[in-house]
Design a binder for this molecule. Structure first.
Ligand SMILES: CC(C)(COP(=O)(O)OP(=O)(O)OC[C@H]1O[C@@H](n2cnc3c(N)ncnc32)[C@H](O)[C@@H]1OP(=O)(O)O)[C@@H](O)C(=O)NCCC(=O)NCCS
Length: 348
């Protein structure tokens, strides 16, 4: 049976480290508050002009491609997951294709926020299993630092997020019992506004009143209006407690869905790599599934929440540290804005 195997994995984080203490220059917060509620000690911020979501994705991809033992010319499809694209359109996939001088292959952007990488992996998995592509590059990258509210007003959101990128190359394998065993994707748009960046957008307050201010009499003023800008209505919004409450239910649920599908139990897992949303969420999930410390990988302490990049960054570090070896059962799981949630179970 044809399965998709992670043939190469890479990550890239910007050099600039921003500690919790440094954030106190901009907002009323403290190292103690941030560590206690989120587990985060520091995060990375991209160089403001020299690095973009795409360039970080390129750096991670170069490593993944090299480790897969191929060249950019061998890649036959790109899937790029991000919520912080260089341009509103076109997507980062084509910018990466250009930057890496790849062939005129297909490039798809995925906009599923924190679940983006697993959604992208699942799409790639389907293309591999049908035999359509043989070397798919799956990238997750974020430059959150481009647009966080660094004032005290935005502190509960801004302290959480960081920049970085991760990438994998997926290839087909016929080796028994290796590769992606199954993926599981879910969504519930009931709370779409609970974790969102509303503007710029075409919504014109259709779904919810008061998200954007604009002059209705001015044609074409709704996407980015002067009122929106003057009232600073362009920062991400997060109802932290709503996110927390739903995440601690959906993470264990979607992990168990993957394990049950493959007649496995939490005890069989070598490693769970959860999306690095908040250390408290990961700890809750670990406890609920009765996993040992060595069965769960967390690095949010050093990078914050890097959304679509967090799983490939964490998986890459875990692999580099020898925590994932050939044949190990690994579960990837994510929850985030949408809400969307997802899991993937694989044999490394
Ligand atoms: C964001 C989160 C850490 C906030 O923790 P919380 O316990 O819900 O905190 P609240 O928002 O209720 O705020 C509690 C107090 O801390 C204050 N506070 C918020 N952010 C702060 C910060 N960065 N520094 C210091 N104080 C802060 C609030 O103003 C509030 O003060 P008050 O009691 O005087 O009004 C928490 O809700 C969370 O982790 N949610 C999940 C977020 C997440 O995972 N997002 C990513 C999803 S992929």
């Amino acid at each position: 049976m044809l399965r998709s195997l992670i043939a190469g994995i890479g990550m890239y984080v910007p050099e600039k480290v921003i500690t919790n203490q440094q954030l106190t220059q901009y907002m009323d917060t403290s190292d103690e508050w941030i560590q206690e509620r989120t587990g985060i000690k520091e995060r990375r911020y991209a160089d403001r002009t020299k690095e973009t979501t795409t360039t970080m994705g390129v750096e991670a991809s170069k490593i993944a491609i090299e480790r897969a033992g191929i060249t950019p010319n061998d890649i036959d499809f790109i899937i790029f997951a991000t919520l912080s694209p260089d341009y509103y359109f076109p997507g980062c996939g084509v910018l990466l294709q250009r930057a890496m001088q790849m062939k005129e292959i297909g490039a798809l952007d995925v906009r599923n926020q924190c679940s983006g990488f697993i959604y992208a992996l699942s799409i790639a998995d389907q293309f591999i299993k049908t035999g359509m592509y043989k070397n798919i590059l799956v990238v997750g990258s974020e430059k959150h630092s481009f647009g966080l509210d660094m004032s005290t007003r935005g502190r509960h959101v801004s302290v959480i997020f960081g920049d970085g990128a991760g990438a994998v190359v997926l290839q087909p394998t016929e080796v028994d019992n290796r590769g992606i065993l199954s993926t599981h994707l879910h969504s519930d748009g009931a709370d779409a506004e609970a974790l969102a960046m509303y503007n710029p957008g075409t919504h014109a307050n259709h779904w919810k009143e008061g998200l954007a201010d604009f002059d209705e009499s001015v044609i074409a003023d709704m996407f980015v209006s002067k009122e929106m800008v003057s009232k600073e209505q362009f920062y991400p919004f997060m109802d932290g407690q709503a996110v927390f409450k739903k995440a601690v239910v959906k993470f264990p649920e979607v992990i168990m869905e993957a394990l049950n599908k493959n007649n496995s139990a939490p005890a069989d897992l070598k490693l769970l790599v959860p999306h690095q949303a908040n250390l408290r969420i990961s700890q809750f999930v670990q406890k609920k599934l009765r996993l040992r410390d060595d069965q769960v990988y967390n690095n949010i302490q050093r990078y914050g929440n890097t959304t679509a990049a967090s799983i490939p960054i964490a998986l890459c570090e875990a692999w580099q540290e020898g925590k994932v070896e050939k044949g190990d059962l690994v579960c990837l799981a994510a929850f985030g804005s949408g809400f969307t949630w997802a899991s993937a179970l694989l044999k490394w």
